[in-house]
Design a protein around this ligand. Structure first.
Ligand code: ZN
Ligand code: ZN
Length: 345
């Protein structure tokens, strides 16, 4: 509990959880969280590539995250896999560990670690707004909160996703002949955009690039209804006029996209609020749909978890550290290895 920090016998949290070249290491449990390389024991917060890597001897994660990892890593036959349900806890060495929803993608979790009356929460990637493909982020009061900082600048304010989907549907009305080609990251963004389209009443077939197929199947197997979807490559006499086609962002500029009629290139990402990024992606229709917390969500989260100490991982660490200090939180950047800027944002 947060009150435990008043306990003078509580250890310095940096003595039992700290960054190493292999990743964030929990010493009393002898495991790594989202390690950058293969390790004997890993706890994985979610399936994105800079968090979930192949080759661990054992991996602890939600069953959804393990399913995503098996799909991406040829079944992971050499990794001993242990699934933990949200809210269930497990003893690892001298640590009590549990997973709590992070609201980022299917299966995404925060790691809640307790040792000697002290609680550290590793958020992984998270967002606060509703996502029809996963349960919402649950704030857990803690002594130390370890947070990402992908969009940790006051300029980042993500608009409502319903409004962004409305832009896509209005464009479709304005240009009823043109193919609307939407770049989406394969894991999470793709399925969320489909669900958002369905929620907005779009019930026509949504076409997919082949690179998005297997993860859509996996989401469906986990109970996420995506409605009528089909592969572009399976189409027989389809002209794609006025259709919505989803593809990986790189496919927009690819030969592959030449088959479509006068396409409207669109892209769904938190980065689309940055005009230069939208131009760089060739997105005529930028849709600001993010799976990460924006500036106000980050501030809200620091208030909700009430941690006296905050450690900041990948992204714009300086601004968040500065803000946290300004409201009396002891904050520092962790400088973790292996966290590139994500395309999944
Ligand atoms: Zn992620
Ligand atoms: Zn990440």
């Amino acid at each position: 509990m947060a009150t435990d920090t008043l306990d003078p016998a509580a250890p310095n949290p940096r003595t039992w959880l700290y960054p190493t070249p292999r990743g964030l290491y929990c010493a009393p449990g002898d495991f790594y969280i989202d390690p950058a390389v293969a390790v004997p024991r890993a706890l994985i917060t979610h399936g994105h590539g800079d968090h979930a890597r192949p080759g661990h001897r054992s991996a602890l994660a939600t069953s959804e995250t393990l399913a995503i990892m098996r799909l991406r890593f040829q079944g992971m036959p050499d990794t001993q896999q242990q699934a933990l349900k949200y809210g269930e806890s497990i003893r690892i060495g001298d640590v009590e560990a549990s997973l709590v929803p992070a609201g980022h993608i299917l299966g995404s979790a925060q790691a809640v670690l307790e040792h000697k009356g002290q609680r550290i929460v590793v958020s992984g990637d998270f967002k606060r707004r509703p996502d029809p493909t996963c349960p919402p982020f649950e704030p857990v009061p803690c002594d130390v909160f370890i947070t990402e900082a992908t969009f940790a600048l006051p300029v980042f304010h993500h608009p409502s996703d319903a409004g962004e989907i409305g832009k896509l549907l209005r464009s479709l009305q304005t240009f009823p002949e043109r193919t609307h080609l939407v770049g989406v990251y394969a894991l999470g963004k793709c399925q969320r955009v489909i669900r958002l389209l369905r929620a907005a009443g779009y019930d026509k077939r949504i076409w997919l690039h082949g690179g998005l197929a297997s993860l859509c199947t996996l989401y469906r197997q986990h109970g996420i209804d995506l409605g009528d979807i089909a592969l572009v490559s399976d189409a027989v006499i389809e002209t794609f006029k006025g259709a919505i086609v989803l593809c990986p962002p790189s496919a927009i500029a690819d030969r592959w996209s030449r088959r479509f009629f006068d396409p409207v290139p669109a892209m769904a990402s938190g980065w689309m609020s940055v005009r230069a990024r939208a131009r760089q992606r060739g997105a005529e229709l930028p849709l600001v749909i993010s799976d990460h917390a924006d500036w106000s969500e980050l501030k809200q989260t620091l208030a909700d978890v009430g941690a006296p100490k905050v450690w900041v991982t990948h992204g714009r660490e300086e601004a968040l550290v500065h803000y946290a200090r300004s409201i009396g939180i002891e904050a520092e950047a962790l400088h973790l290895a292996g966290r590139e800027e994500e395309d999944d944002s």
